[in-house]
Structure formats: C-alpha cells, structure tokens
Design a protein around this ligand. Structure first.
Ligand code: NAP
Ligand code: ZN
Ligand code: ZN
Length: 391
C-alpha cells in the first residue's frame, strides 16, 4: 500500500536537507543540494523536442529523488507539447510514465530507500484535504491535482512542474509508486499512465469473467485495455480503424476485431458489448459505437481530442439505458493496486525503446499510428546537462 495521505506542511516550513545517504541522481549538485538534470523538451508549440537542462530541487523532508531510467511517450505528451490543448507554458519537459530508482530521500521518508525501483505517473501533488483526495481519488482533487508536467506547483513556490524525459525528478513520497521487481522496468513505464487510465474504468465497471469489453483504438491505452480486460477474465472485442492491426490485435489476446469504418461489421456487432473503453485521440462519431452496446452498457471516453466531437444522439443512449462516461487516470492507491495486479498476472506494455534523438520522429510515428504500442525513452541516452538550467 502507498503511504497514507497526510496534511500538507505549513507553507512556510523550512526544507530540511535529505539525510539518508545514497547515490545522487545524475547531474551536478548545486550549493543547496539540488541537481541539474538532463532533459528533452519543447521551447514553443512548434519547436519540437530539443535538449534542455532542468534544476531539480534537493529532496525536502517528504521527498523522494529518483534517477529516471525509462519514461513512456503518451499521446497526451504530443497534445501538450504541440499546444493542442492551449494555455501551455514553455519550456515544457513532458513525460508522466516514469520508472527509475530512488537516489536520495528526505528525512521523514521511511517507506522508500535508495536503490528501490519506483514509478511516478500523471500527478505529483494534490490538496490532500478535499473529499476526493481523502477518498483516494486525488486525480479529481477539488482544488486541482498537480500534473507531473506543465502544472503550477503550489507547494514549490508556484514553479511549473517538469516531467520525465529527464535524468531525475523529485516527488513527494505520497505520489511515488512501488514497481514490482518481477516486471521489466522499461515495459512497466507505460503502466503509470496507459495502464492505470484503462484499469480504473474497468474496475469501476466491475469487469469480470463473462463480460464483453469493447476497446476502441489500438494504441498505447488501447493495447493496455486489451491486456487488462483479458486478465480480468473478460471477452475482448477491438474496434480499430487500421486493417493492418487486425492480426496484431488477435495476437494481443483480443477475441474479435471489428473494423470500425466497415458499416456491415459494425451492424453485426449490434448489442454485443457490455462496456466500451474508447481511447481514440481524434474526433470521431460515437453513435455507431453506442449501437454495439447491450441494455445497461456503458461507454467510457478516455481520449481527449483537441477538436470538437460529432454530437451524441440522446436516442442512442435512452433506448438502452446506456451510460456515457469519462474517466481520468486513477488515484494513487488504485495505481499501486494496478501495478500489483500486473505483477500477479504478468502484464506489461508492448514497447519500442527509443533514444533521446529519436523523440521527434517517435511523435510523428505515434500520430500516424505507427507504433506497437508504446514508445519508451531510455533516459540513459540523454546528453549531459548544461551548466545552467533552462527551467
Ligand atoms: P495513441 O497511442 O496514439 O493511440 C490512439 C489510437 O486512436 C490510435 O492508435 C488509433 O487506433 C486511434 N485513432 C483513430 N483515429 C485516429 C486519428 N485520426 N488520430 C490519432 N489516433 C486515431 O494514443 P494514447 O497514448 O493511447 O492516448 C489516447 C488518447 O487518450 C489521447 O487523446 C490522450 O491524450 C488521451 N489520454 C487520456 C487519459 C485520461 O486520463 N483520460 C490518459 C492518457 C491519455 P486504431 O489505429 O486502432 O484506430
Ligand atoms: Zn498519459
Ligand atoms: Zn484535493
């Protein structure tokens, strides 16, 4: 279990030095014990990703400093880096599928020690006091959770958080996950976003043996939804726009594959599905998908296209008491539960490891749907940090 959420420290509390010895994350230490970290990020919406240097704070009493080994590339990183969701601050170092080893811990940290393999997902803080936070639903924090990158870090002087395409990161222990030793660390990285984002709605719907789960879009999230739903005992039907992915979907464990642009195939799938996990990153018509659901079925939309979607037909919903829902990642305790579930069932992502200089090409390939199924950055390929930080 992750450490319990506790009240935040008083805003003016001093930041004591880390006391537990351990190897320092890659990069040179400044006089306060902070580290200059190598990174790759964007300087504007059209800069692409370029080498950058980050100033990472010295671990404070509740902090865990992590030497990052791998970071998955999520489609959300592309949306954010390219300014597709608007309101983006630059420079921006993306990355919220982080796996590494603990290099230093703060004086109050007793549950993590240097050398532990750990992970960080999409959030690094939340208010810790509201009903959502106290319910373990920090992602729905009433005061706004702090995203791992591009978010105002209220407990750190309003600086902007910077993510995992970097050699190190410092995160409060309450938002750090334990990565089971039995799983390949590179292939675990995508579980920290793609895994938990699909696990959470599958659990919310209580998916079990006998249920039929439809997975729409076979990318990073989609392929995790297939693996997790299968591990929960469901029958899985993949809906894809890519004919070339049909054999691969079956290989992943899907029981059936439907080409979503084939009207006859969609008609044949009428009233066959209990739950749809829709992971498509672009606008698309949901109404044909609603027709594949049974009475009391549900469609969870996880994708966040930057442009408007075609309107939902209310008749499609009311005729079968269909629920149209959304879902955002998962809470910290649920993320740990997902990692432990994956260890128990031997589930990891199918990945292609890339070097730092391949990141821009990887983004283009992701947008073109040309990845099976998640790129993961090997942070060992980042160049050394510069003498001064860019952010
Ligand atoms: P991804 O790997 O690029 O997969 C998206 C899939 O959508 C593609 O593989 C493709 O599958 C399908 N697709 C169909 N038409 C497309 C088009 N015109 N452009 C792009 N994709 C198209 O993306 P991902 O990392 O899984 O992320 C999917 C979406 O979920 C993104 O919008 C991301 O921002 C969002 N997301 C949401 C959460 C959350 O908490 N709700 C968390 C993470 C990510 P087929 O080829 O099989 O049709
Ligand atoms: Zn993500
Ligand atoms: Zn809260």
């Amino acid at each position: 279990m992750p450490p319990p959420l506790a009240k935040p420290p008083a805003p003016d509390s001093a930041a004591p030095e880390a006391t537990t010895p351990g190897s320092v994350a890659a990069g040179s230490k400044d006089s306060d014990g902070g580290v200059l970290a190598a990174a790759y990020g964007a300087t504007s919406a059209d800069s692409g990703l370029v080498p950058l240097t980050l100033a990472r704070r010295a671990p404070r009493e509740d902090d865990v400093e992590i030497a990052i080994e791998f970071c998955g590339l999520c489609h959300s990183d592309v949306h954010a880096v390219r300014g597709e969701w608007g309101g983006q601050a630059y420079p921006l170092v993306p990355g919220h599928e982080i796996v590494g080893t603990v290099s230093r811990v703060g004086s109050a940290v007793t549950d993590f020690a240097p050398g532990d393999r750990v992970g960080v997902g999409c959030m690094v803080d939340s208010c810790r006091e509201c009903e959502s936070c106290l319910d373990g639903l920090e992602q729905y924090c009433e005061n706004g959770m702090t995203g791992t990158y591009g978010a105002v870090d209220r407990r750190n002087g309003g600086s902007i958080t910077q993510g995992g395409y970097s050699s190190s990161i410092v995160v409060d222990r309450r938002y750090v996950l334990r990565v089971p030793d039995s799983l390949d660390p590179a292939a675990v990285a995508p579980l920290l976003c793609a895994g938990i984002t699909t696990f959470s709605p599958l659990r919310h719907f209580d998916v079990e043996e006998g249920d039929v789960v439809g997975v729409v879009g076979l990318g990073g999230l989609g392929h995790m939804a297939v693996k997790l739903a299968k591990a929960m005992g469901a029958k899985v039907v993949v809906f894809t726009t890519s004919e070339s992915k049909v054999p691969a979907a079956l290989e992943l464990g899907a029981d059936e594959v439907v080409l979503s642009r084939d009207e006859a195939a969609m008609e044949a799938a009428n009233r066959t599905i209990d739950l749809i996990i829709d992971t498509v990153a672009a606008p698309h018509d949901l109404n044909p998908l609603f027709r594949t659901l049974r009475v009391d079925g549900a469609l969870f939309q996880l994708g966040l296209p930057s442009e408007a979607m075609p309107p939902v037909n209310p008749r499609a919903l009311v005729r079968r008491r269909i629920a149209y829902a959304g879902s955002l990642i998962g809470g910290i305790a649920e993320t740990q539960e997902m990692l432990d579930f994956c260890a128990e069932h031997g589930v990891v992502a199918d990945i292609e490891v890339v070097r730092a200089e391949q990141l821009n090409e990887a983004y283009d390939r992701m947008v073109a749907g040309d990845v099976k199924y998640r790129f993961v950055l090997d942070t060992g390929t980042l160049q050394a940090p510069a003498k001064e930080a860019d952010a």
